[in-house]
Design a protein around this ligand. Structure first.
Ligand SMILES: [Zn+2]
Length: 692
C-alpha cells in the first residue's frame, strides 16, 4: 500500500519534472520559464491539461449538493487553470515567435481544443446546474460582479442553443456547421479572386508616376511569374500605391474595376449566392434563439445594446459630416481641375488627387519626424505618461526569462511601490512574428481567498529596427500604435477584479478600444511631445510647426473618411437587421443601403458586399459600427482631459478607478457614465475633426 503510493507520487513528480508546463512555476512572480520549455512539451501538456480540465468539470456535474453560485459558477470559472497555463505561452508564441514545428502542433491541437470546449459548452447536465443557479438569481443576493459572472456563464451556454428542444438543437447544430463552411468559403473566394487577376505591363511609360520602389516590386512580381515587364495585381501592397501614384487614368480605372468587382463575376468564386445563404442562415439562428434579427442577437452583448442606438450613431454622424464630406470632394475636384483634369473625379481618381493635395497642403512626411522619435526616447515618453497619469513605475527585471533576447521585461508598480503587473515588450519585426501590433496576456488577473493574483501583460510590435549607424527611429504612425497598444496594456495591468473572465480587457467589443484609442490623443499634444521628442543627434525639441502640421493633416478629408466608414456600417446593418428571408439582388440591395452615404459618383457595375470579408468571413457582423462607436467614446472621454489638463491627476484617477480597473464587472455604459457624468455625445469627435 505504502510502496504503491510512493510509486504514484514519483510518477507524478517525474511527469511534471519532465514537463515544466504542467508544474507550478518556481520563477520570479510565477512568470513563464521560457528557458525550460521545449517545443516537444506542448502537445503532451495540452493532452494532460485537457484531461484534468475534464475531470474538474465532472466534479462539478457529479456534485451531490444542490447547485449554488459557488459550487457551480465559481467552480466552473476556476476550472481549466492548468489548461490556460499551457495554452498561454503556446498561443502567444504562435504569434510572436513561431516556426513550422509550432504551427504543426497548432494544427493538431486546434481540433482537439474545439472538441474539448464543445464537450463542456454543450454538456446538458452542466447546463442544467448553471440554469438552476441562474433561475434563482433574484434570491441569491449576488454582488454586481457576481451577477455579471452568472449572466456571462449562462449566456455562454444559452447563446449556443442550450435552451433549445432536442429537435431545435439538431437544427441549430446543422446551421452552425453550414455557417462555418459558408464563411470559410466566402473568405477563400475573395482570396482566390484577388490572386487570380494580374495584368502584365510591357511599356514602362504606362507606369509613369510610380515611385522606384513600387516599380521594383512590380518588376519582381513579373520575374517571379516568369515574365518580363511589370506585373500588376490586386494585393494591397500593389493596389494601394498604384491607385495613389499611377498617372495613367485608364489603367487606374481598369485596376479599380477589377478590385471592386471581385467575387461578383459569375463563375466559381462568386459570393453573391453565398451572401444570401449567410444572412438567411444567421437570421434563422437568431430566430431560433428568440431574436427578431441577427443584429438583435449580437447587440445584446454590446455597449450599444440595440439597433436603434446603432442607427442613432450612424444617422447623427451622417447628418453632421455629410456637408463637410461634400466639401472635401469639391476641394479635391478643384485641385484636379487645377492640374488639368477635364472630368468629374471618379473613385479611381480619388486617391491619386487627394493624396497629392494632402502632400501639397501639409508636407509632413515620415522622414521629417523620425529623428525626433527615437525608440528609447519614445519609451521614456510613453512610460512617463503612465507615471504622470496613474503614478506607475517601470523597473526593468533582467532575471525574468524571455522567449527572445530582444524582449524586455518590467515590473510595473503603483505609486506606493506595490507590484501591479509584469510587462513584456517586443518591438521589432522578425521571421516568425506575424505583422501588425497587439497586446496580449501571459497570465490574467483574479482575486482568490483575498489574494490578488496580478497579471502578466505583453505588447508586441513590428517597429523599424535600429541599423549599425542609426538607432530605431519611429514614424508618427508607430508612435501612435505604441500608445494604442500601451492603452490596452494599461487596461490589462491596472485591472482589479475578482474573476478572471471579467477582468482586464474582457469587456464588450464596442468598449474594448476606448482605453487604447484614448491614448492616441496624446500623440499630437505639444506638452506630451516636449517631454521626450528630441532630435536624436542634436537634442533639439520637436518644432511646434511640425506638431501643428501633424494635427492639421490628421483632419485632411476626415469627413469623407467618416462617410466611407458609415457606408460600411450601414451596409453591415442592412444585411443583419433583416427580419425575413432575403431572395433579392445582392448588389441592388447594397446600393440602396449605401445611397445616403455616397459622396463619389456611383459606379453601377461594382459592389462591396461580395468581398466584405469583415462581416461575411470575420467577426464584424452587426459590429462594423463599433469602429465609429469607439471613436466617439475616445474623443468624448479625452475631452475631459483636454478640458482639465492633459496630465490632470483627478481626471486620470477617475478614468483609472471607473474604467481601467473595472474590466467587464459592470455594464460599460454604467462605468462610462460614472467617469463622464453622462452618456457620450458625438460633439467632441466633431470638434476634433474640425466639424462644428
Ligand atoms: Zn486596439
Amino acid at each position: 500500500m505504502k510502496t504503491k503510493l510512493i510509486l504514484i507520487m514519483t510518477l507524478i513528480a517525474t511527469a511534471s519534472m519532465a514537463n515544466p508546463l504542467l508544474s507550478k512555476y518556481k520563477t520570479p512572480y510565477g512568470t513563464i520559464p521560457f528557458n525550460q520549455i521545449d517545443i516537444k512539451h506542448y502537445f503532451p501538456a495540452f493532452e494532460e491539461a485537457m484531461k484534468i480540465n475534464k475531470k474538474e468539470v465532472d466534479v462539478i456535474i457529479n456534485n451531490k449538493q444542490k447547485p449554488t453560485f459557488q459550487n457551480t459558477i465559481v467552480a466552473l470559472e476556476k476550472a481549466g487553470s492548468l489548461l490556460n497555463q499551457v495554452a498561454s505561452p503556446f498561443y502567444n508564441l504562435l504569434g510572436s515567435e513561431t516556426n513550422d514545428e509550432l504551427q504543426k502542433i497548432a494544427e493538431q491541437i486546434s481540433p482537439l481544443m474545439s472538441e474539448h470546449s464543445n464537450a463542456i459548452r454543450l454538456n446538458d447536465k452542466l447546463f442544467a446546474r448553471v440554469k438552476a443557479v441562474y433561475d434563482m438569481r433574484d434570491k441569491l443576493k449576488l454582488s454586481v460582479e457576481e451577477a455579471r459572472l452568472l449572466q456571462k456563464t449562462y449566456d455562454g451556454f444559452a447563446d449556443n442553443g442550450a435552451n433549445l428542444s432536442d429537435a431545435d438543437k439538431e437544427i441549430y447544430r446543422e446551421l452552425s456547421k453550414e455557417m462555418s463552411m459558408l464563411t470559410l468559403q466566402f473568405g477563400q473566394n475573395v482570396l482566390k479572386e484577388t490572386n487570380k487577376w494580374t495584368l502584365l505591363v510591357k511599356d514602362k511609360n504606362l507606369l509613369a508616376g510610380l515611385p522606384q520602389d513600387v516599380l521594383d516590386m512590380l518588376a519582381l512580381n513579373a520575374k517571379n511569374a516568369g515574365k518580363e515587364g511589370w506585373l500588376l495585381n490586386l494585393k494591397a501592397t500593389t493596389y494601394g500605391p498604384f491607385m495613389q501614384y499611377a498617372e495613367n487614368r485608364d489603367l487606374r480605372r481598369e485596376l479599380y474595376l477589377a478590385y471592386n468587382t471581385r467575387s461578383m463575376n459569375g463563375g466559381e468564386y462568386d459570393n453573391r449566392e453565398i451572401i444570401k445563404k449567410i444572412v438567411n442562415n444567421r437570421l434563422k439562428v437568431a430566430n431560433l434563439l428568440g431574436h427578431k434579427s441577427y443584429a438583435d442577437q449580437v447587440l445584446v452583448h454590446r455597449m450599444a445594446e440595440n439597433k436603434d442606438n446603432v442607427y442613432k450613431l450612424l444617422n447623427d454622424l451622417l447628418a453632421a459630416y455629410k456637408p463637410y464630406a461634400e466639401k472635401d470632394y469639391a476641394e479635391v475636384q478643384a485641385y484636379a481641375d487645377s492640374k488639368g483634369a477635364y472630368f468629374k473625379v471618379q473613385p479611381w481618381d480619388w486617391s491619386f488627387y487627394s493624396d497629392k493635395l494632402k502632400e501639397e497642403k501639409y508636407a509632413v512626411n515620415d522622414e521629417l519626424l523620425k529623428p525626433y522619435f527615437e525608440l528609447e526616447n519614445v519609451k521614456k515618453g510613453v512610460f512617463g505618461l503612465a507615471t504622470k497619469l496613474y503614478g506607475l513605475q517601470f523597473v526593468k527585471n533582467e532575471k525574468i526569462q524571455v522567449y527572445h533576447p530582444e524582449v524586455d521585461v518590467y515590473e510595473v508598480k503603483d505609486k506606493d511601490g506595490k507590484l501591479l503587473s509584469i510587462l513584456y515588450t517586443d518591438f521589432h519585426p522578425r521571421d516568425g512574428k506575424r505583422p501588425g501590433a497587439w497586446m496580449s496576456e501571459f497570465k490574467g488577473q483574479w482575486i482568490e481567498k483575498g489574494k490578488d493574483s496580478r497579471p502578466h501583460i505583453t505588447i508586441v510590435m513590428n517597429f523599424t529596427r535600429p541599423t549599425e549607424t542609426k538607432p530605431a527611429l519611429l514614424t508618427f504612425d508607430e508612435l501612435t500604435t505604441f500608445l494604442h497598444e500601451f492603452g490596452h496594456a494599461l487596461h490589462g495591468m491596472l485591472t482589479e477584479c475578482t474573476y478572471e473572465s471579467l477582468s482586464g480587457t474582457s469587456v464588450y467589443r464596442d468598449f474594448v478600444e476606448l482605453p487604447s484609442q484614448i491614448m492616441e490623443n496624446w500623440a499630437s499634444e505639444k506638452e506630451f511631445l516636449d517631454g521626450f521628442a528630441v532630435h536624436y543627434q542634436t537634442g533639439e525639441k520637436i518644432p511646434v510647426e511640425l506638431i501643428n502640421k501633424i494635427k492639421a493633416s490628421e483632419n485632411f478629408n476626415a469627413a469623407y473618411g467618416c462617410l466611407r466608414q458609415l457606408s460600411f456600417g450601414y451596409l453591415d446593418m442592412n444585411w443583419h437587421t433583416l427580419e425575413s428571408e432575403f431572395t433579392g439582388d445582392v448588389i441592388l440591395k447594397e446600393k440602396e443601403a449605401m445611397n445616403l452615404t455616397q459622396i463619389l459618383p456611383v459606379v453601377n457595375e461594382t459592389g462591396m458586399s461580395p468581398a466584405f470579408s469583415h462581416i461575411f468571413a470575420g467577426g464584424y457582423a452587426a459590429g462594423y459600427y463599433s469602429y465609429k462607436w469607439a471613436e466617439v467614446l475616445d474623443a468624448d472621454a479625452y475631452s475631459v482631459f483636454a478640458e482639465n489638463g492633459i496630465f490632470d491627476s483627478k481626471t486620470a484617477t477617475s478614468f483609472m478607478e471607473n474604467i481601467l480597473k473595472k474590466g467587464g464587472t459592470e455594464h460599460p455604459m454604467t462605468l462610462y457614465k460614472r467617469f463622464r457624468g453622462q452618456e457620450p455625445t458625438i460633439k467632441a469627435l466633431l470638434k476634433r475633426n474640425g466639424i462644428l
